[in-house]
Structure formats: structure tokens, C-alpha cells
Design a protein around this ligand. Structure first.
Ligand SMILES: [Zn+2]
Length: 344
């Protein structure tokens, strides 16, 4: 396995997140990536490739995201920052809503409410550059699978599985995992996504909801009590040709490994039945027992079990970095997952 390291994986940015009404320094800190890289490079001794910036944005970005949304992301901070009293970060404080559904003006304040779905997804000065680094990394790692690699790990930041076709959410602006999936599906045919982040992978779900060539599965804390609250329910099955190709497995708060594995094995069985040509793991470690943003009780040693079972599918497998916020245990959790996967 090779690891692909984003040129912006350890970018320091000063965004904040609004959580239960409290503005806090954003939880997606550079230290997360530094710990994960230490696991990949120093502990697991993986060949780590420093991804170079691509000259052009990959076409899959436009296949996954709406053109107007990409245009907004690229230009938003510049437009916002021209106001003399503007904050150093874009955060919506008025939203297009059920009473005011029309964009009567395109002033930056309104556009922020149109394209950003919560208070935890700020756009800062370097956001577009950081996003581009994530996308280039996801694409290069996907390309390695297309060229015959058995597995690859994409270490990137910011994460992407909450980003929707034309809306940022949950700290995610660009759907890196979905973009990698799109590249793989164009080249290899059927692809399965298994999202093991503790939060529902609502972006991947939405982007592939009407497709039968991409199977999306998410195991996550039940959304009645955990972000993103408004999606991730078991009755969301897909639509049109995609009906039956989305599977949500919501878990009770406090779920331990023995119960987790029942749904995890259901997911693996569904993937086996789908017989994909590649598997993408949306890799979050916020299922960890002490993660500040999770509510599931997976322990470090348990990740080895998950990795081992993923390996038993014997599929070309791409791990794309998503969440995980208990910084001082990220290194050991990454090691456990990949040691299990690699049979070490
Ligand atoms: Zn998460």
C-alpha cells in the first residue's frame, strides 16, 4: 500500500465552527494530519507520495459538483473580504429559507446562506487552495488503483463526505471521496463506498442517489441525535435506477464493537453481493470511544478487526481520509485499522 499525502494536509487555517451556538476554533486542526502521517510513514513504513498540485482541475469535479457552486467556492472569499467590516471567514448568518426561497440579490451575505448549510463550514482565505490539494490527492490515489495497485490511502484535509452537489456542510466543501469514486467508476465500472466515519456520509449519498453503478453504504450514529440530523435514516434507499443502491445503517449511541459488527458485516455482505470492481472506504476515526464529536464506542484494538474484515473482501481498496478528532489517539487508531487490513 502506498499513501498519497496532500500538499495541504497540514495547512494551518484559522476558521471557527459554530457548535450548539458556541463559536470554537475549528476541530479540523492540522495536528490531526500530522498524527496520521506519523502512523503511515513512521509506524507502518508505507511508501508516502507527496502529491504535486495538478495544473488543471479534474473533470470529475464538474461531474460531481454544480458549476455555479465551484465558481462560488473559487471566488467567495475575495468577494466577501471586500467589505471593510467583513470577518476573516465566511459564515452564513441568513439563509435562503421556506419563506424567502428566491435569490433576489447575489450579495456575498446571501450567497453564503445559499451555499453553506451550517455554521461549521467556514470559508477562509486559503480554502480553495486547500480544497484543490485534497482533490488532487484523492484523484492521484484513485488513479493508482486504476493502474493496478491493490490499495492506497489518501491523506487529505479538509475532509469531504458531508459536501453535497452544491452545498457545503459539516466542515466539508468539496466531496473528495465522491470525486475519487467518480474517477474509479468511469474507468472500472461498479464501485462501492463504505463510509465508516461516525457521521452519516450525506454528500456521497446525495451525489450517487440515482445511480445503480455506485453502491453507497454508511454506518453512523443515528441521526436523530447526531450530526447531520436531517439525513442518514434507514429508509433512504436511493431513487430511480439508484433505488436499492443506498444503505444506511444507523447505530444507537454507545454502540460497542460486538453490536457494531452485526451491521458492519451486513454492509460487507451487501458489497459482496454488489460485486464491485473497487471499494472506497470513507475513513473516519470518530467512532472512537473518546472522540469529542462521536457517540460510538469503538476502541483502538477494534479497528484492527474492521481492517481485517475489509481485507477479506479482496477488492482494490482506496481509503480516503474523513473525520477523527481525538488527536492523541489518531496515530494508534490508524495503525490498528491498516495493520488489520494489511494482515500485519
Ligand atoms: Zn465525522
Amino acid at each position: 500500500m502506498k499513501a498519497y499525502i496532500s500538499p495541504t494536509h497540514d495547512a494551518v487555517w484559522t476558521g471557527n465552527a459554530m457548535i450548539r451556538g458556541v463559536l470554537k476554533p475549528h476541530h479540523d486542526r492540522a495536528e490531526r494530519s500530522i498524527e496520521i502521517l506519523a502512523a503511515l510513514r513512521d509506524d507502518l513504513k508505507l511508501d508516502c507520495i507527496n502529491v504535486q498540485r495538478a495544473a488543471q482541475r479534474p473533470s470529475e469535479m464538474l461531474e460531481v459538483h454544480a458549476p455555479d457552486y465551484l465558481q462560488y467556492l473559487e471566488t467567495a472569499w475575495e468577494a466577501w473580504s471586500q467589505a471593510p467590516d467583513a470577518s476573516f471567514e465566511i459564515r452564513p448568518y441568513i439563509a435562503v429559507n421556506r419563506y424567502f426561497p428566491d435569490l433576489r440579490t447575489r450579495t456575498p451575505v446571501v450567497m453564503a446562506g445559499h451555499y453553506l448549510g451550517d455554521g461549521g463550514t467556514p470559508i477562509v482565505k486559503d480554502a480553495w487552495s486547500n480544497m484543490a490539494g485534497s482533490v488532487d490527492t484523492a484523484i492521484e490515489a484513485a488513479q493508482a488503483l486504476i493502474e493496478g495497485a491493490e490499495s492506497a490511502y489518501a491523506l487529505l484535509r479538509p475532509a469531504g463526505h458531508h459536501a453535497m452537489r452544491d452545498m457545503g456542510l459539516g466542515g466539508c466543501l468539496i466531496a473528495n471521496t465522491a470525486i475519487a469514486v467518480q474517477r474509479l467508476s468511469r474507468q472500472l465500472g461498479r464501485v462501492a463506498v463504505l463510509d465508516i466515519d461516525v457521521h452519516h456520509g450525506n454528500g456521497s449519498q446525495q451525489i450517487f442517489y440515482d445511480r445503480d453503478d455506485v453502491l453507497t453504504i454508511s454506518l453512523h450514529g443515528k441521526p436523530e441525535v447526531l450530526f447531520p440530523f436531517l439525513s442518514g435514516y434507514a429508509d433512504e434507499l436511493g431513487t430511480g435506477a439508484g433505488e436499492g443502491f443506498n444503505l444506511n445503517l444507523p447505530l444507537e449511541p454507545g454502540t460497542e464493537l460486538s453490536v457494531y459488527l452485526k451491521d458492519f458485516d451486513k454492509a460487507l455482505q451487501r458489497i459482496q453481493d454488489f460485486a464491485p470492481n473497487a471499494l472506497v472506504i470513507a475513513t473516519g476515526y470518530d467512532t472512537f470511544r473518546h472522540d469529542p464529536f462521536g457517540n460510538i464506542c469503538i476502541d483502538t484494538a477494534d479497528y484492527r478487526v474492521l481492517g481485517d474484515r475489509i481485507a477479506q473482501l479482496k477488492l482494490p481498496t482506496l481509503f480516503v481520509q474523513e473525520g477523527g478528532y481525538k488527536v492523541d489517539t489518531l496515530r494508534s487508531n490508524v495503525c490498528a485499522l491498516l495493520e488489520g487490513f494489511l494482515g500485519r
